[in-house]
Ligand binder design. Sequence first.
Ligand code: FAD
Ligand code: SF4
Ligand code: SF4
Length: 479
Amino acid sequence: MAERMLKFVGTPQVMPEKRPAAERRRDFQEIYAAYAREKAGEQAARCSQCGVPFCQVHCPLHNNIPDWLKLTAEGRLDEAYELSSATNNFPEICGRICPQDRLCEGNCVIEKGFESVTIGSVEKFITDTAWEKGWVKPIQPRRERAQSVGIVGAGPGGLAAAEQLRRKGYQVAVYDRYDRVGGLMIYGIPNFKLEKEIVQRRERLLRDSSVAFNLNCEVGRDISLADLRNRHDAVLIATGVYKARDIAAPGVGLPGIARALDYLTASNREGLGDKVPDFESGLLNAKGKNVVVIGGGDTAMDCVRTAVRQGANSVKCLYRRDRANMPGSQREVKHAEEEGVEFVWLSAPQAFLGKDTVSHVRSVRIHLGMPDASGRQMPQEIPNSHVNIDADLVLKALGFDPEDLPAQFAAPDLDVTGWGTLKIDWRSMMTSLDGVFAAGDIVRGASLVVWAVRDGRDAAERIHSYLTAKEQALRVAAE
Ligand code: FAD
Ligand code: SF4
Ligand code: SF4
């Protein structure tokens, strides 16, 4: 091993080629090119094969990173794919959109002196190669089982669970209120981070594996939770969180002020070839406008970068804390700055001004004061520090809360936490309703794709245990 690996001293970190910002600004294609085979092998060989691999510890899926890096360095890509896909349903998606700087790569031990191994890019390379070579095959369970599972939500949590359950031979039906499969991977996250074909080929694979999709079907409106419980032996709720947080400031109702996800969904739909009246009318289109995005998370980063690509006149991001204290990935901020976004740190909206439509955001300067109970410094307004910023499109990207699921599902016995997320027993992943499980953002609050995948896989395991016990109990009763 020694001669092939441990090359981090002599081989510098090289990311796949990044397209120049001037070119990226003009289209919605992904910004990184793919590694060539030799480059992926060379970069994988930088890994020092740690005895205690902190990269793996800090990957929510505990991916066997050192082993698949070694296999890649040795050119054994088919085996690298087998290993990587054994712990992750969507390695090529996580390789593209995990905030690696906060997870695996941020904890790579060679990061300190030599910059981390490019784990995400190698993971993406392995599985993209597997797709190209035809190694990714539909599931053919060793045996079919009669029991069925209904999954509410076709986001990464629901899809990971669907795949895992199908592998075990269960009959799986996924219900989603959208017309497309993928949840936030299709309508939230923009194409320049995750091209839609990457999600759609996963959908095709699941369909070819006999997972049934019931789209345009909202549970609570088109079908009740009670019906689903009657129809299936177990139900998984993976509905995500969609209630946008709002701003309590004068003028917030003015036309020209929109919710971030409405804006991103319109842009994604337009990119997918749909007719989007609010985009065509200009309501949710940044072309020629002065755009102000409020917030500092992933959603805000996606909005500013989408606005640049739509041909905005100017794009500013207003965030009440500073760069070091923002929740969004630093990598994304860097991309956005390169693409021409201006960050206005330590600033918060005080009012929205305009007659018929918004024309300015009155913003006030912020000072970070004493830490609160969570340890984060409290933002405090600096008196008389306001400025008016030109704005004809304002996007509110302040995060999401869960919808009121017990009311929506007419299930008052479905317990929720104080935050409105579904309460589960973490050992069984079951909600307060027998045979009803939950996974993903609806349990954790707004989180990450990789955590939804982890939860979906865990839920599938627990559902399997539950259904096995149920089957046995029925058998005993019949004897
Ligand atoms: P979702 O992906 O939200 O899927 C839930 C599905 O349930 C949806 O398809 C919805 O239509 C459906 N549904 C809801 N209610 C019902 C109902 N009553 N009946 C039927 N169907 C229903 N994470 C990252 O890791 N990297 C990123 O770069 C990243 N960028 C993001 C950018 C944006 C703009 C946003 C909003 C989020 C981003 N995230 C990112 C977070 C990530 O997308 C989520 O954490 C993840 O998608 C959660 O998965 P989920 O399966 O729990 O829910
Ligand atoms: Fe890193 Fe995400 Fe891949 Fe885990 S799934 S190795 S955190 S990129
Ligand atoms: Fe390799 Fe870095 Fe993981 Fe160590 S922490 S095993 S060097 S990728």
